[in-house]
Design a protein around this ligand. Sequence first.
Ligand code: Z5A
Ligand code: MG
Length: 223
Amino acid sequence: MEKKSMLSSGLSGAEPRGALIVVEGLDRSGKSTQCAKLLSFLEGLGHPTELWRFPDRETSVGQMISAYLSNKSQLDDHTIHLLFSANRWEKRSLMEEKLKTGTTLIVDRYSYSGVAFSSAKGLGVDWCKAPEIGLLAPDSVLYLDISPERAAERGGYGDERYERVEFQSKVADFYQTLRDSSWKIIDAGETMEEVEKKIQQVVLDQVKECTSGKPLSLLWSSS
Ligand code: Z5A
Ligand code: MG
């Protein structure tokens, strides 16, 4: 079981805040599709909400990552791992500010992708987790669960590095080692509408809890 530590400075009381909702899963599990639907749903209900994604390819670090993913550059496995992590750290303070001022963030991939993908390449899990320590811990991780074979049948598979069934199976195994009580496993093999409905239930409960005051916590400080 993963451990998280409570953020001590100024957020331990019952201040209302936005929820940090992370969506994870294998390639083509439907993350980006469901993130967009969730954004419309929450906005429709009048909740201030933003959709973020990692890697954030807009920053200069993100552009290095993008070149690597599209095979335009080669980088050592450790180096690219740290760049993915740096890409999250460069957004960390803005993330905290948004949550504190009441905006719910839907985040398409986060530290779990970082650890699962790099571990699947052979790097040590603890080494992979170390640079993620101190990032904000999600309130809910929605894991879109699908077999690599089934995901591969969906559109666009095979365009980028890592999009191979054998590698994705390893990624799925490492994802499972990262599960904790914030995770909700969603069957991503169902129709888009069915997946959407299940996600809505989970997220509404979480948004409500954060609105009534729930302390923020940090990732993996003592694991
Ligand atoms: N990576 C890493 O190594 N380290 C890190 O720290 C991070 C990431 C953050 C780029 O990610 C790569 O970076 C990724 C992990 C690595 N690995 N690879 N390759 P990305 O997020 O930019 O990848 P992407 O291009 O957005 O693809 P994706 O995330 O893999 O896909 P998805 O968002 O899960 O799926 P989708 O685009 O919503 O849907 C895919 C297709 O399926 C599409 O045609 C949909 O219409 C269809 N679909 C969706 N849902 C359904 C259902 N329910 N039924 C049928 N069809 C569906
Ligand atoms: Mg996506």
